[in-house]
Design a protein around this ligand. Structure first.
Ligand code: SAM
Length: 243
C-alpha cells in the first residue's frame, strides 16, 4: 500500500508542528482511520517534502510533527492548458490526468459551443490536489477563473498551440518551435466557424492536427499534454547529455 502523502498549504520547517486542515483531518480520520504515531509525508511547492508523524487527531483538527526534509522545493515548469469546460465526470478525469502530465495552469475558456453547467471550484481544486499527492508532484497547478476564449488567446504572450479538428501542422515540431506556448483545446461541440476563423487569423496561434479521428475534448487535451511532455523530456535529456 502507498504511504500517506498530503499537501499542506502552510509553512513547513524543522521543528514545526503544523495544524492539519479540515480536508487532511477528514482523510486521516475517516478514510485511513489513522491514530497518533501514524507516519506520513507532507509537502508544498514553497517548502518541499517532509517526513512527519501524526501527534494529535481530533474530530475536526489535528497536528503533526515534522521530522526531516526529504526533498527541497524545486521548480516544476509546465504548460498552460486552455480548455472549454466539459461535463463531469469527464472534467474530473481531465483535471486529474492533466495534473499527472505536469500542467502548470488550467485556464477554462468560454466558447460558443461550451458547457454552461458549472462545477464548484473547491470540488475541482480538491480533485487536483489528490492528483498532485498521488503523482509525487510538489506544486499544485493553478485553476484560474473562466475567461472569454479570444481574450485568453490574446493574453498568451508566448503563443498558443491550437488543437484544431479541421487540421493543422504536426504537433511535435510545432511544440518544439514554440516550447513556452499555451495549449488550447476546443469544446465538446467543436469551435464555432467564427471562432475558428478568428483564431486562425491571430499571429500567435499555431494550429495542429492530432490525427484522422475526432477525439473527445479531454482526449485531445491529454494528447497535446503528452506531446508537450515528450518534447520537454527529450530536451532535458539532450541538455543532461551535453553537460
Ligand atoms: N464536434 C466536433 C466535430 O465533430 O468536428 C468535434 C469537437 S472535439 C470533440 C473537441 C476538441 O478536441 C476540438 O475542438 C479540438 O480542439 C480537439 N480535437 C478533437 N479531435 C481533434 C483532431 N483530430 N485534431 C486536432 N484537434 C482535435
Amino acid at each position: 500500500m502507498r504511504d500517506t502523502r498530503l499537501h499542506l498549504d502552510q509553512p513547513l520547517a524543522a521543528g514545526g508542528v503544523p495544524a492539519l486542515d479540515a480536508a487532511a483531518t477528514h482523510y486521516l480520520k475517516a478514510v485511513l482511520r489513522a491514530r497518533p504515531g501514524h507516519r506520513l509525508r507532507v509537502f508544498n511547492a514553497r517548502d518541499g517534502e517532509w517526513r512527519a508523524r501524526l501527534t494529535r487527531l481530533e474530530r475536526h483538527d489535528g497536528t503533526i510533527e515534522l521530522e526531516e526534509r526529504l526533498r527541497p522545493p524545486v521548480a516544476e515548469p509546465g504548460p498552460t492548458l486552455l480548455f472549454a469546460p466539459i461535463k463531469k465526470p469527464r472534467l474530473d478525469w481531465l483535471l486529474e490526468k492533466a495534473t499527472e502530465l505536469g500542467v502548470a495552469r488550467l485556464q477554462p475558456v468560454r466558447c460558443r459551443h461550451g458547457v454552461v453547467e458549472g462545477s464548484r471550484p473547491e470540488r475541482l481544486e480538491q480533485r487536483i490536489i489528490e492528483a498532485v499527492e498521488q503523482s509525487e508532484r510538489l506544486s499544485v497547478p493553478a485553476l484560474l477563473p473562466e475567461v472569454e476564449l479570444l481574450a485568453a488567446v490574446e493574453a498568451a504572450v508566448d503563443g498558443v498551440v491550437l488543437a484544431d479538428e479541421a487540421g493543422g501542422a504536426a504537433p511535435l515540431p510545432t511544440l518544439a518551435a514554440h516550447p513556452a506556448a499555451a495549449l488550447l483545446v476546443g469544446p465538446e461541440g467543436g469551435f464555432a466557424p467564427e471562432e475558428r476563423a478568428a483564431l486562425r487569423r491571430m499571429a500567435n496561434v499555431f494550429p495542429v492536427g492530432l490525427g484522422p479521428t475526432i477525439l473527445r475534448a479531454e482526449t485531445a487535451a491529454l494528447m497535446l499534454l503528452a506531446c508537450h511532455r515528450a518534447r520537454a523530456t527529450e530536451t532535458a535529456r539532450a541538455t543532461e547529455t551535453a553537460s
